[in-house]
Design a protein around this ligand. Structure first.
Ligand code: G3I
Length: 394
């Protein structure tokens, strides 16, 4: 297994000793006085800073909580947003646009408009795509959740959905979150709120992977969840289940941790250990939805200390992924606070992303960029020293 040693302390100090939020150029020591907030300089782009074969992604804002906000669909209408999306990232994930609710609004009708637009945008901008998601307990349409279907019908509905959606984007999706959040925090399968497991039994999960693989043999098929960053009952449950599925020959390719973190809690220091054990099973691993929220003070402005802590959490999550051989996909759940899901779900919390509402870069942005650059430099050294290097696809 590849193991990269990072100059963690030096990097952390460099990234965190920045003047905070005093305009992006001022906050970036390497940008110089002339750098604009959205400089074209390659050195300013996360995607360009990354080591070869390592993709840096973001969720593409749209649907979900955005529908309740007083702005138009961000991905469709916010030009600034689209610019940053194209420049900074080499991977995109549909935040809501590929969920059942959106893509399959009626039993006999699919709506691929939004999902197609994302996949086309990605192609134009040489980005890979993460598909999200096929089997989940949430954001399912009423016709499905409230329908009165027999077991045979339900199975056919899921099979048809997976075959249709995965088939439509075959060859264009790098990783699919086939099964999302199937365990609760105690490590019990969601046998009540997950309609598929409740009605069809746990075996349906294996079938979902088989059907997805058949529809697109090239896509890497993942289990994805939150609160599984560290070693705990929930990640243990995945570890046991996946071992079992692999023994049966079920086409499972990856295990991903979402990474919805909060500075209210300690950083999951055992993240790398956890990724390592899935890596040792021969799986790919990924970070798929990282954001780091915090309790906002009365003023609404986070303190310097809070911003430093946030940058540290982002950096340590990235470092853990970079240090694991098969972790080649690192995605943040949106990049600007303007469109974050956090304040909608958690009252009094926010500031979770790497850019402000105005797209100003936070210390967390620079922490990611510098960490990527350092990893790229180390990979280069290794390559030239004829050591093995990152072998993921780009
Ligand atoms: O379905 C209800 C609808 O009945 C109601 O009329 C409407 C008005 O309040 O709300 C609808 O629910 C919304 C839901 O999306 C479905 O569209 C919620 O309010 C809204 O908050 C929700 O947001 C999305 C959320 O997933 C749903 O779980 C967010 O935009 C999206 O960022 C978030 O993303 C998830 C990942 O998919 C999985 N991991 C966790 C991550 C963060 O929650």
């Amino acid at each position: 297994m590849r193991s990269i040693r990072f100059a963690t302390v030096a990097l952390a100090t460099a990234a965190l000793a920045l003047p905070l939020m005093a305009g992006s150029a001022a906050a970036d020591p390497s940008a110089g006085r002339t750098a604009a907030p959205h400089s074209h300089a390659t050195s300013d782009r996360l995607r360009a800073a990354a080591p070869e074969g390592f993709v840096v992604g973001t969720a593409v804002a749209g649907g979900g909580h955005h529908l309740e906000q007083d702005y138009p669909d961000p991905f469709t209408y916010d030009r600034e947003y689209r610019k940053v999306l194209a420049r900074q990232f080499s991977s995109v994930s549909a935040e809501n646009q590929m969920k059942w609710d959106y893509i399959h609004p009626e039993r006999d009708r699919y709506d691929f408009g939004q999902a197609d637009a994302i996949v086309e945008f990605a192609k134009r901008n040489k980005q890979v795509v993460r598909g999200h998601t096929l089997l989940w307990h949430s954001q399912n349409p009423a016709w499905l959740e409230e329908g009165d279907f027999s077991r045979t019908e339900l199975r056919a509905i899921l099979r048809e959905h997976i075959t249709t959606v995965v088939g439509r984007y075959a060859g264009r999706i790098q990783q699919w979150d086939v099964a999302n959040e199937i365990f609760d925090d105690q490590g019990n399968l969601r046998t009540q709120d997950n309609i598929w497991i409740r009605e069809l039994g746990p075996g349906i999960v294996a079938d979902a992977f088989r059907w997805a693989h058949k529809a697109d043999p090239r896509a890497k098929l993942f289990f994805n969840d939150y609160n599984v960053e560290g070693l705990n009952a929930k990640s243990d449950a995945y570890y046991t289940l996946i071992q079992d599925l692999l023994e049966q020959g079920v086409p499972v390719d990856g295990f991903s941790v979402q990474g919805h973190l909060s500075t209210r809690y300690g950083f999951p220091g055992d993240l790398k250990d956890n990724l390592d054990r899935f890596d040792a099973l021969g799986l790919e691993t990924a970070v798929t939805e990282l954001d780091v929220r915090m309790d906002l003070p009365e003023s609404g402005e986070p303190t310097e200390e809070q911003q430093r802590k946030q940058a540290d959490y982002y950096q340590r999550t990235l470092e853990a992924c970079l240090a694991v051989d098969g972790c080649n996909s690192f995605t943040i759940w949106g990049f600007t606070d303007k469109y974050s899901w956090v304040p909608v779900f958690f009252e009094g919390e926010g500031f979770a992303n790497v850019m402000t509402d105005e797209y100003e870069r936070k210390p967390a942005f620079y922490a990611l960029r510098d960490t990527l650059k350092e990893a790229a430099r180390e990979d280069d050294c290794k390559k030239h020293g004829k050591h093995h290097h990152r072998h993921g696809k780009g």
